[in-house]
Write a protein that binds this ligand. Structure first.
Ligand code: PLP
Length: 354
């Protein structure tokens, strides 16, 4: 792999005590192009602007998919990646749905190893820090005919991060707009899903809510997700989360929490969940915890759900499943707890970086 190191690192001039999520980028980036029916060699370059034609298909038709993953530093100063195989599989599932050619495994995996080895210092070991990793693919052919591109660009950029949400999480049930219709691309990490969510999310933000609860596109009766998190309800001693469908993104955190919960003897149920069931459950006190899961937040308690102008507050409880599972997940991710499930892998460079 060709590697061009930056001549001026931004590491020393970066304020690590002030890192608004996803706004500061590490020194290097990976880039790889698909042309004439095949992926070319990957290359690592100093992070910086790239040049694309104004006629690039991604700018007109949004043919683009991405991933979100995190690396953590353990106490031996080693960089650990969490379940990278799952992100690899998911970016290719998303790619297939968007008619984008799949990324070969060696480009994705070696790319991560070399990029993270080079930018190792951007991943801090201190409490609360991680390195957010954003692999993405976009259509780079020139032409405004509405058809799949012939050429694509795969890139990986990384961003040092601390907490995603601060403070309370008050959410509102959305009954008009839809994140993802049935038969659409909701189960893919397609860029357009996020573009479509910004307008309704902004409206909710203006009313003082941090996020929305998305409901099904047909009847708006069933709960799907909350913002960019999968959603969970604790009903007595059981955890319930919506079953996956083509309008829900199958989160890697969701899958990990399912496993950790089961291993802790907590009963879990994946099924359709009615909005009315949640409203009644919170009112009657059967639902005692609500939380969201996702790479950026890991596990995030939800403090209230507003449904048609009625705010339903979820009181904090002493023995919280959300806190227990969050501690366990973060302990594994940071290499503080034994990784019995083989979820973490150390970043190892295969080329010597002099
Ligand atoms: C719409 C949506 N749902 C759920 C998730 C959680 O997925 P994961 O746990 O893989 O980060 C994300 C974030 O990636 C998301 O964007």
């Amino acid at each position: 792999m060709k590697i061009t190191k930056t001549s001026i690192s931004r590491l020393k001039s970066t304020d690590f005590s002030n890192l608004p999520f996803g706004t500061v980028f590490s020194d290097h980036m990976l880039i790889c192009n698909f042309k004439d029916g095949k992926w070319g060699p990957a290359e690592i370059l100093p992070y910086g602007p790239i040049s694309i034609s104004p006629g690039s298909k991604v700018l007109h038709y949004g043919q683009s998919v991405f991933e979100g993953m995190k690396a953590f530093k353990n106490s031996n100063n080693e960089v650990l990646l969490f379940r990278k195989e799952e992100n690899y599989k998911r970016i290719n599932r998303s790619a297939v749905r968007l008619s984008i050619p799949e990324i070969p495994e060696d480009i994705f995996m070696n790319g991560l190893d070399e990029l993270l080895s080079l930018d190792n210092e951007w991943c801090k070991a201190d409490e609360g820090y991680s390195l957010y990793i954003r692999p993405f693919i976009f259509a780079s052919s020139e032409g405004v005919k509405a058809s799949a591109s012939e050429e694509y660009t795969f890139m990986i950029i990384t961003s040092p991060s601390t907490k995603y949400y601060e403070g309370e999480m008050n959410v509102v049930v959305e009954e008009h707009f839809t994140r993802a219709p049935k038969g659409g691309v909701g189960s893919a990490k397609a860029a357009g899903n996020y573009a479509a969510s910004f307008y309704p999310t902004k409206q909710a933000n203006a009313k003082g809510f941090q996020q929305l609860i998305w409901t099904d596109s047909i009847e708006h009766k069933y709960i799907e997700e909350s913002g960019t998190m999968n959603i969970w309800f604790r009903v007595g001693d059981k955890l319930v989360t919506p079953e996956l469908s083509d309008s829900i993104l199958g989160g890697i955190t969701r899958e990990s929490i399912l496993t950790l919960a089961k291993n802790n003897g907590i009963k879990v149920e994946q099924r359709k969940i009615l909005v009315s069931e949640v409203v009644e459950g919170i009112k009657s006190g059967i639902i005692i915890e609500v939380f969201g899961t996702g790479t950026a937040v890991t596990v995030n308690p939800i403090n209230s759900i507003t449904f048609r102008d009625e705010k339903l507050v979820i009181p904090t409880i002493e023995y919280s499943y959300a806190i227990k599972l969050k501690q366990e997940l973060q302990g594994i991710q940071k290499g503080k707890l034994e990784d019995k499930l083989g979820w973490t892998s150390k970043v190892v460079s295969k080329v010597s970086l002099s």
